[in-house]
Design a protein around this ligand. Structure first.
Ligand SMILES: [Zn+2]
Length: 78
């Protein structure tokens, strides 16, 4: 069996290398979603979907904030 202990959640699982971009990894580390020691290590499916969800959620929030800033600027201009 290929089951190993996941370095992030410490559950026994099948681990695979995860293709997050350097920018995504830096963000995940700064949000505390991923520890620095885990960067570059294979992770389990659960951790992968958690990290992916965190990225999507934070991206959505950041985009909404940007839209609000954009709107506020437009209001001031008119
Ligand atoms: Zn895990």
């Amino acid at each position: 069996m290929n089951d190993k202990c996941c370095p992030r959640c410490e559950h026994q699982s099948i681990l695979r290398p995860r293709g997050f971009s350097d920018q995504a990894i830096a963000s995940l580390v700064s949000w505390g979603e991923m520890e620095k020691k885990v960067v570059g290590l294979p992770l389990c499916d659960d951790c992968h979907s958690e990290l992916r969800d965190a990225l999507i959620e934070n991206l959505r929030v950041a985009t909404e904030k940007e839209l609000q800033i954009g709107r506020a600027k437009n209001n001031r201009a008119s």
